[in-house]
Design a protein around this ligand. Structure first.
Ligand SMILES: C[S@@+](CC[C@H](N)C(=O)[O-])C[C@H]1O[C@@H](n2cnc3c(N)ncnc32)[C@H](O)[C@@H]1O
Length: 269
């Protein structure tokens, strides 16, 4: 990692430690609308969770997905580099102490990742965190060694093309053959070249965090270079009928996906 990325990684960890309490209070046990409507249904389809599987939950936050995996009978090793979030995750997960192991670990530290054990995991999940990581190469290089042969890595991210840090939500009034309508669209000014930008995941969080924006090909090519193939892919948009009060995206952008959930599988030849 370059000096600049190391500094950004430290800033990111400090921001997540500072924001841990607000994040935990907001996500709670059930997560937000994005989690419930967009991410989790696709994750369960793509991950095909079976009891007794050993799953690695990468950047687990307050353990939201970790507990859901344990509820389905999986054994889960979950880690995050925010010690404060790991403490909150442990407090929330006492009832699953036999199934869940929580660790404070940085996904940009390759030797720490490899200490999790060679060919230990049936699958790995990373829900909404790859764009929070300063460097993805250590993780993508390590996963083929951590997963069993043929194992899968499922990740969800904000849609890099439609829901990135440059996105501006636009509402325009049009006269549609005599009917006045509001047309909602998303205006994107940056996509191809990776960059980072500070922003807020939640209104009211004490400290801005750093987002690492990358085009979709960046994620997929990292997987391909490390022996994965893409074998499951969902673009997720809120249905048109979602009550407006729930979501800023709800009902207005049902033709524009805000989340991607992808499954990459280790190629067996
Ligand atoms: C948007 S939250 C998602 C948390 C959790 N996966 C969920 O679904 O609720 C992003 C998480 O990534 C973690 N994170 C960011 N960079 C990390 C890194 N290098 N190593 C480990 N965790 C990291 C943050 O601490 C934070 O908990």
């Amino acid at each position: 990692m370059t000096e600049n990325l190391k500094d950004l990684n430290t800033e990111t960890r400090e921001a997540w430690d500072t924001n841990a309490g607000v994040w935990d209070a907001r996500m709670g046990e059930e997560g937000n609308d994005f989690f419930q409507s967009l991410q989790w249904p696709a994750i369960t389809r793509l991950l095909n969770i079976l009891p007794d599987q050993h799953i690695l939950d990468v950047a687990c936050g307050n353990g939201l997905t970790t507990r859901k995996l344990a509820e389905l009978g999986a054994k889960v090793t979950a880690f995050d580099f925010s010690a404060n979030l790991i403490e909150l995750a442990k407090t929330r997960s006492a009832r699953y102490s036999e199934l869940i192991t929580y660790l404070s670990l940085d996904a940009t530290d390759e030797s720490a990742l490899l200490s999790l054990g060679q060919h230990t995991f049936d699958s790995a999940l990373c829900n909404m965190a790859l764009f929070d990581m300063a460097d993805l190469e250590p993780l993508f290089r390590s996963l083929p060694k951590l997963l069993k042969p043929g194992g899968v890595f499922v990740f969800s991210i904000t849609h890099p093309a439609f829901n990135n840090a440059s996105a501006v939500h636009v509402a325009e009034e049009v006269d549609d053959k005599g009917v006045i309508k509001t047309v909602y669209s998303v205006k994107i000014s940056r996509y191809m070249t990776p960059y980072h930008q500070r922003g807020l995941a939640l209104h009211g969080q004490p400290r801005p965090q750093v987002y690492f924006e990358r085009p979709l090909q960046y994620y997929l090519n990292l997987g391909f270079q490390n022996g994965f193939v893409l074998d499951g892919f969902e673009e997720r948009a809120f249905p048109a009928e979602v009550p407006q009060k729930l979501l800023e995206w709800g009902g207005k952008f049902s033709e524009i996906p805000s989340v991607i959930v992808a499954r990459m599988r280790l190629s067996t030849h």
